[in-house]
Design a protein around this ligand. Structure first.
Ligand code: MTE
Ligand code: HPA
Ligand code: MOS
Length: 778
């Protein structure tokens, strides 16, 4: 810490607003139901409501859309198609291959063709179904396998090689090889996609949007309207969840609402119905793997060859960075000397898959965990022993396949702590004993580790800005580029500012994320929101504090370095003065009481051709133990107990961080178990509502759920030495999946590796049990 800003000894280290378990800044409003989401904002007189007309074909050309019935439907004011867009018909984030409205070609069932605007939401939805389109069907790829077989990709394949995997494999004493399939996942934010576009004077546009990325919404709307960015203003106070689904794919809704509002010169709200939301937007990428892992007698891995085929959907969206993150997480917590890792982004005629908590990281890491699980069973050893044998360790075993050296590895002590606190070894014996006497119900247990890289894997995105205002009454308003989706970023950033200015948290307020306040922001994503915006806000607040310190020190003729700020007071020359009084005096003396702040993460570099560099600022670690019970006759199962230990560094807010770990754990468990996406033979997603798509509910949470934070301090100079928490804990429920696989294996006396794919639905569990029984039958 800068010595000028050190607190006097009597308060240093005693007073803090960071590190405390403050409730979420909107907790009370959430509970009362008075927190405003886009659809809660009072509608302006004359507001119209929009709905999208969707393709019914997976892949087809068309020449005309007959809109006669749509236009004649009750309450309809206008219908707009691709040619009505005044600017660019595109809402893609990186490669511009996402039309707002299909123009002559549809590429999936659910692709938007037009927007219909009506007096009410229901009238718009009714009308949207009445279009007649003269489709000419084209052949479609409905699975990643089919796209891969035809070498149909949305971007060139990727490959990361280190050492000589082929040679080391050929010489390896043992091989674990096979295939695995892991499903995708719907984000299922509770608040669906929504945008409310309000025309301003002289063709300017204001959009209230549920989005993780206001700056990109501003760009997309500006391009669609043919305007410069400075005429478009996008605001987001909060989302009812994003989970990655509003990183890029809020753009379609913002653009369609804005195009309609611009044309009609009236406010237009476009709020997706749940079915439409699921039919239109992309999800987590499902993966297909072919793995070949060489290992020695002790279970130590000597080489990994892995091919991953992703379901990208019809366009690139964020599939490139997702595949990159997948490749960079195949190592998970293990040192892999010789690797040959490939990723293929299959172009399928389905929704364009996108960000989802973990962003490919979970899919990459799951493959190696699966192979390790195979190895353990084949060698007749406990999987935890195999894992420990392969952990990143001392010099020589501390460099990732992509060349980043670990300088913060805590996987050994973290797992050791969890092994003890969860009584893992004892419970392993108990599970075996139980299974020995229970013919139908079988228990399973697994401990899995996580290592997750923190930073956007696209370098320039690692930047953030903030504005801090101190008003003359001593109250503080913060604005920054991050968006609130329930994860508590605003609470954390407010804590950072309160801490810096030495005022209680109650004296600090946050205002909605707004492109007119902080410009050119990155998406709140990659778990970096609090890291980046916290640093930017700290930078802003520190400048104000330094000005106040210099001012008041001058008044008392003492050095500025001797001035302290704590608990709503300023300490100067042995006196304690209220912060508000110092501020009031400083105002009269014309001291600037507001400041901007900026932060860019140092030390990152990445070479995409060789897939090497230093893509991450640091790593977050964790581990979990899960114990399940399965019914071998029905495939039903229950998570009995879960213990999770997560490394949040010096946590900014342990209450929020524990909530993040719990939420991510249950969400990841849903992905690996009950959440199954199905498309029919025509390419229509048939699981497009909670009636057919099963997310976890409170009754799926384990009765015994023990979540703790690992005592640690970030080696990297992150905000107050904390670590990110948003995504990495989503990998903790690997332990649930492998506990299920362990229970299934018990049916074959642990001698056969069950062919269990994810999601491990009851059907999948039964299939795996049958496969094990078949092999096991003498
Ligand atoms: N938590 C809640 N409650 N709602 C969300 O939508 N999104 C997750 C995670 N936690 C999410 C959440 C995802 S995908 C990311 S990248 C991070 O929050 C983003 O926020 P952060 O960077 O501020 O942690
Ligand atoms: N996470 C989320 N979004 C991103 C990333 C990432 O790692 N890289 C580029 N966009
Ligand atoms: Mo999170 S998938 O990076 O929005």
């Amino acid at each position: 810490m800068n010595s000028r800003t050190e607190l006097p000894a009597n308060l240093a280290g005693i007073w803090a607003e960071v590190g405390r378990a403050h409730p979420h800044e909107s907790a009370t409003l959430h509970v009362l139901g008075t927190a405003t989401y886009v659809d809660d904002v009072a509608e302006i007189h004359g507001t119209l409501h929009a709905a999208l007309g969707l393709s019914t074909q997976a892949h087809a050309t068309f020449t005309t859309i007959d809109l006669t019935d749509v236009k004649a439907s009750a309450g309809v004011v206008a219908v707009l198609v691709a040619t009505d867009i005044p600017g660019r018909n595109d809402c893609g984030p990186i490669i511009h291959d996402d039309p707002i409205f299909a123009d002559g070609l549809v590429q999936y069932v659910g692709q938007p063709l037009f927007v219909v605007v009506a007096d009410t939401h229901d009238n718009a939805r009714r009308a949207a179904r009445l279009a007649q389109v003269d489709y000419t069907a084209l052949p479609a790829h409905l699975t990643p396998e089919s796209a891969h077989a035809a070498q149909s990709y949305v971007l060139p394949p990727m490959r990361l090689q280190r050492g000589d995997a082929a040679a080391r494999l050929a010489q390896a004493p043992h091989r674990a090889s096979g295939t695995l399939s892991v499903g995708g996942q719907e984000q299922f934010y509770l608040e669906g996609q929504v945008a409310y576009a309000i025309p301003q004077e002289d063709r300017a546009m204001r959009v209230l949007c549920s989005t993780q990325h206001p700056s990109e919404m501003q760009q997309v709307v500006a391009h669609a309207l043919g305007l410069l960015a400075h005429r478009v203003n996008v605001e987001c106070r909060r989302m009812g969840g994003g989970f990655g689904g509003k990183e890029s794919q809020s753009a379609l809704w913002a653009a369609a609402a804005a195009v309609a509002a611009d044309k009609l010169k009236r406010p237009v709200k476009l709020r997706a119905d749940r079915d439409d939301d699921m039919l239109v937007t992309g999800k987590r990428h499902c993966f297909r793997y072919a793995y070949d892992v060489g290992y020695d007698d002790s279970g130590r891995i000597v080489a990994v060859k892995l091919e991953m085929v992703l379901r990208a959907g019809y366009s690139a969206d964020l599939s490139g960075p997702v595949a990159t993150r997948a490749i960079c997480h195949v190592d998970n917590a293990y040192y892999l000397s010789d690797v040959d890792l490939r990723a293929f982004c299959g172009k399928t005629n389905t929704q364009s898959n996108t960000a989802f908590r973990g962003f490919g990281g979970p899919q990459g890491a799951l493959a190696i965990e699966y192979a390790i699980d195979d190895i353990a069973r084949t060698l007749g050893m406990d999987a935890l022993d195999i894992r420990q044998r392969n952990f990143y360790a001392e010099a020589g075993r501390d460099v990732t396949p992509y060349g980043q050296q670990l300088d913060d590895n805590v996987i050994y002590p973290l797992v050791a702590e969890l092994e003890t606190s969860s009584a893992y070894r004892q419970r392993r014996d108990d599970v075996r004993a139980f299974n020995g006497t229970s013919p139908i119900l079988k228990k399973g247990l697994a401990l899995t580790p996580v290592k997750f890289g923190i930073a956007f894997n696209v370098n320039h995105l690692n930047q953030a800005g903030a504005l801090v205002h101190v008003y003359v009454d001593g109250s503080v308003l913060v604005n920054h580029g991050g968006t609130e989706m329930g994860q508590g970023i605003h609470t954390k950033v407010m804590q950072v500012v309160a801490h810096e200015l030495g005022v209680p948290l109650a004296q600090v307020q946050i205002s909605a994320t707004d492109t007119a306040k902080v410009a050119n922001t990155s998406a709140t994503a990659a778990s970096t929101g609090a890291d980046l915006n916290g640093k930017a806000a700290q930078h802003a607040a520190r400048q104000i504090r330094d000005r106040l310190a210099a001012f008041i020190a001058g008044q008392y003729d003492v050095p500025a370095a001797s001035v302290g700020f704590a608990d709503g007071s300023v300490l100067v020359a042995g006196q304690v003065i209220r912060f508000a009084d110092v501020v009031a005096k400083a105002y009269l003396a014309r001291v600037q009481l507001w400041s901007d702040g900026f932060y860019a993460t140092p030390g990152l570099h990445w070479d995409s051709a060789s897939m090497t560099g230093h893509p991450f600022s640091y790593f977050a670690y964790g581990a979990a133990v899960s114990e399940v019970i399965i019914d071998t006759l029905t495939g039903e199962w229950k998570l009995l107990r879960a213990d999770a230990l997560y490394d949040a560094g010096e946590s900014l807010n342990p209450a929020i961080d524990i909530g993040q770990v719990e939420g991510a754990f249950i969400q990841g468990m849903g992905w690996l178990t009950t959440e199954e996406l199905c498309w029919n033979k025509d390419g229509k997603l048939t699981t497009h509502a909670p009636s057919t798509y099963k997310i976890p509910t409170v009754s799926d949470c384990p009765d015994d759920f023990r979540v703790a934070l690992f005592k640690n301090r970030n080696v990297t100079d992150s905000i107050h030495r904390s670590k990110a928490v948003g995504e990495p804990p989503l990998l903790l429920p690997f332990s649930v999946f492998f506990a299920i696989r362990d229970a299934v294996a018990s049916v074959g006396d642990y001698r056969i590796n069950p062919p269990l794919n994810a999601p491990a639905t009851s059907e999948e569990i039964l299939k795996a049990i049958e496969a094990v029984q078949l092999v096991n039958t003498p």
